[in-house]
Design a protein around this ligand. Structure first.
Ligand code: FUC
Length: 795
């Protein structure tokens, strides 16, 4: 559970309940050193020389010299442990997490007394609320205490309130670096790094007795008790020392608690539900006739894993992704990290940071399409901070203008390359990928002020970096060098296995995408004509997409073999998804090559890898293959240890298994499902572009399309029966459906170019769906007025 900032993992144990706690700003470390390796830039000419001489081995070695430090880690806040005194065995045990209102309930009966616990995390009141109750008067006896794996100390504030004060490590070494002797360091003599945190717990009750001491809160003979949990850290922005120059975490925690405990439980709960549902209720999804299956989730997943059909579970998984984002990413906060906001490790897997070569972006793939646009802002805000540290990285590492991000970042907005294998560390195009988010936020909402004041300047500066980063190969084409394709390795003609070469397809596709979007944005804003022309010129000279001897989309500059042909990353398909350089309508030859690549890569991989593959198969309009991957992603697993190759699946609580737990797969899965139902990246709003046979009938309400359109779609026996369009911005809404619609005075057969500026073709040619689609395709133009709704019906 969570409100974006505070996270709570409710275990639902009877005698000793455990609620694991997190606060999104609680990270190790402090402001980042933006120039950890001043000699780095001096190696660039040598690397490029080696690459031009095709000496990849030398280039790989030299790339290791252009690296920096690790990011810091997202840290756990601690635990609330509720030890309840019970006399007898529990019966009638029940627990749930209701994602329609974000409240969890645990109930059981002991000795004829029914006990109940309700937990929710309030965004309006910024507290975690736990209500314990008993069906019999004065039957509630328990102790609540707090603990933390970090350095922390408990004490008493009043007869009903306790506090835990602690400090985060000044540095935590990633868990994959096993050789470090002291991986978690607490003391920073300069008093800069290592933020403070505070957790307060207050109990309130109408009856019974509440006392406190250093061991916790003691409640005797009560009937109903509400616990309010409030937490804060001294994090004071990415550029400030969180210790010496930190916020007053104690005052913050105290104020949240004061405000919340002055409200009645019912009011707190109602305000929480109203707040949560303003996001959640925007979208609903029904697939076939919902089953009346009423069995525990682990059993349901097990049946599904064994092959049972359960489209209700698939729809639940879709909504669970939305639930998770509403619970972990709120305006004004920090973006959802590798584990969202739910982490109990001091040295979490991959530091529970932001991995920008796939994972961080995947968390936000569905934020616009699944109608949660405001929740995009934590990521968009982080990009603003990355552009500041990233300017230093561009200068220090490459002597280049603009800004750049490498493959990892954290709350301190680290942008320099990590230290380790160049296959992941030396990847300076993270900024280009993040810029897609800036652009899409505009594309979906059409806010020109945001585009001109925030998005465009950042995009332009990222393009400045890429422009400087490109060099000419011997044929005069623009390439990147050094260049990697995260995190894969090639085998050269002579048998050398390496990761550093020139102009990987992913690099070129990212830059193609960024240049395309900057060109469009500068046109929309009517600015920077000269710069735009320069980009148009450069874009035309970019090393192009290549089709390899196997008919695949080439991953590398040359048609090399892969060391691991089924590698989990499909970086070279960026242009298919999330990009739009490759589409079945505009570039069928490359779409076919991408399909071949996917076939060669196979459907295996980590949770997020399967999540990505759902999206790309949806973009290839192959709903059945996308659905096969949904089934695989929802395979029940208990594997906790790291498995890079084939362990992807879902834990009994519906969280994604990389393994270990990593939240990107959940978000990627939800995104993939939206892409199966609606696409709007290719010059037209494509309704049900990748409907699998198993989703024969259904209804989705509230999906978003570019240009400010919201769509409700109903279909029966695989055929669309009704489409409702809400237009926020007005303009032509061009719709592509696979069954004819009844035309009206405002809905006519589409002719000529789509006049809606949000649908400008980027491949220099209009969409030709009938030629490329295996199904019949009908296109209509709906003339819309801002604020109006239109219902279109099948014939
Ligand atoms: C990338 C992936 C790993 C993992 C990590 C967080 O390095 O290749 O599988 O997801 O990020």
């Amino acid at each position: 559970m969570g409100n974006g900032r505070l996270g709570a993992m409710v275990f639902g144990r009877v005698e000793e309940e455990l609620i694991q706690l997190n606060e999104e700003t609680l990270w190790s470390g402090g402001p980042v050193n933006t120039n950890p390796n001043p000699l780095a830039v001096s190696y660039l000419p040598e690397i490029r020389k080696a690459l031009m001489a095709e000496n990849y081995e030398a280039a790989e070695k030299l790339a290791s010299k252009m690296q920096g430090l690790f990011t810091e880690s997202y840290e756990p806040l601690g635990d609330l442990i509720i030890k309840q005194t019970l006399s007898g065995e529990p019966v009638d045990y029940y627990r749930d997490l209701d994602i329609s209102n974000a409240v969890s309930t645990t109930r059981f009966t002991v000795d004829g007394v029914a006990y109940r616990r309700e937990v929710f995390v309030s965004a309006p009141d910024q507290v975690i609320v736990v209500r314990l109750s008993a069906s019999k008067k004065n039957a509630l006896n328990f102790t609540a205490k707090t603990q933390s794996p970090l350095f922390a100390k408990n004490s008493v504030i009043s007869t009903s309130e306790i506090v835990m004060k602690g400090q985060a490590p000044s540095h935590t070494v990633p868990s994959y670096m096993q050789s470090m002797e002291i991986p978690v360091v607490y003391n920073d003599p300069s008093h800069c790094k290592g933020m403070r945190f505070e957790l307060r717990v207050k109990a309130m009750s109408e009856d019974g007795k509440i006392t406190t001491d250093d061991s916790g809160l003691h409640v005797t003979d009560a009937t109903e008790v509400v616990l309010y949990l409030s937490a804060a850290t001294s994090y004071n922005g990415f550029e400030r020392c969180p210790d010496e120059d930190g916020k007053d975490e104690s005052k913050l925690a105290e104020n949240y608690l004061k405000g919340a405990s002055a409200k009645s439980y019912d009011k707190l709960k109602q305000d929480h539900i109203t707040d949560y549902q303003q996001y959640f209720n925007r979208v609903s999804l029904t697939l076939n006739t919902p089953s009346s299956l009423n069995i525990p989730l682990d059993e349901r997943l097990e049946l599904y894993t064994k092959g049972a059909k359960d489209t209700g579970l698939e729809a639940l998984y879709f909504q669970f992704g939305r639930y998770l984002l509403i619970s972990s990413s709120r305006p004004g906060g920090i973006p959802a990290n590798l584990q969202g906001i739910w982490n109990n490790h001091v040295r979490p897997p991959w530091s529970s940071n932001y991995t920008t070569n796939i994972n961080a972006e995947m968390n936000y793939w569905m934020v616009e399409t699944a109608n949660l646009s405001e929740l995009h802002t934590p990521l968009l805000d982080l990009i603003q901070r990355l552009a500041i540290t990233g300017k230093a990285a561009a200068e220090n590492y490459y002597n280049a203008p603009g800004w750049t991000v490498h493959h990892n970042t954290d709350i301190w907005a680290t942008t320099s390359p990590m230290s380790g294998s160049p296959s992941w560390a030396n990847w300076p195009v993270g900024g280009a990928w993040l810029c897609l988010h800036l652009w899409e936020h505009y594309q979906f909402n059409g806010d020109k002020k945001y585009l001109s004041e925030i998005a465009y300047p950042l995009m332009k500066d990222a393009a400045l970096f890429c422009k400087a980063w490109l060099i000419e190969d011997k044929n005069g084409r623009l390439v990147t060098a050094p260049s990697t394709s995260p995190e894969n390795f090639f085998i050269t003609e002579s048998g050398y296995k390496g990761s550093v070469s020139v102009a990987t397809t992913m690099d070129m596709s990212l830059i193609w995408d960024l240049f395309t979007n900057v060109i469009l944005a500068s046109e929309v804003l009517g600015v920077d004509a000269e710069f735009r022309n320069e980009l148009i010129e450069k874009k035309a000279k970019l090393f192009p997409l290549q089709i390899g001897k196997k008919g695949n989309l080439q991953e590398w500059y040359k048609d090399w073999e892969d060391v691991e042909p089924q590698h989990r990353h499909i970086s070279h398909l960026y242009g298919l998804f999330p990009g739009r350089q490759i589409t079945p309508f505009t570039t069928p030859q490359f779409a076919n090559a991408a399909k071949k690549t996917l076939e060669l890569r196979g459907d295996g991989g980590t949770g997020w890898s399967k999540g990505w593959k759902i999206n790309v198969w949806a973009r290839l309009h192959d709903g059945n293959h996308a659905h096969k991957l949904i089934r695989e992603q929802l395979t029940l697993t208990g594997v906790e240890g790291t498995n890079y190759a084939n362990g992807g699946g879902t834990y009994p609580n519906l969280l994604d298994a990389h393994p270990p737990f990593q939240i990107d797969g959940n978000f990627g899965g939800t995104s993939g499902m939206t892409e199966m139902l609606l696409q709007s990246h290719d010059g037209v709003i494509h309704v049900l572009p990748a409907l699998p046979d198993e989703w024969a009938s259904g209804k989705v309400i509230g999906l978003k399309a570019r240009g400010g359109f919201t769509l409700d779609i109903e279909w029966r026996d695989g055929k669309v029966t009704a489409v409702k369009v809400k237009s926020a911005l007005g303009g032509t809404c061009r719709i592509l459906v696979h069954e004819p619609l009844r035309t009206t005075s405002s809905l006519v057969k589409a002719k000529g170019e789509n006049k809606n500026v949000f649908y400008k073709p980027v491949q220099g040619q209009a969409v030709t769906p009938s030629a490329a689609s295996t199904k019949p395709a009908y296109q209509y133009d709906l003339t819309t007025v801002a604020g109006m709704e239109y219902t279109l019906r099948g014939k």
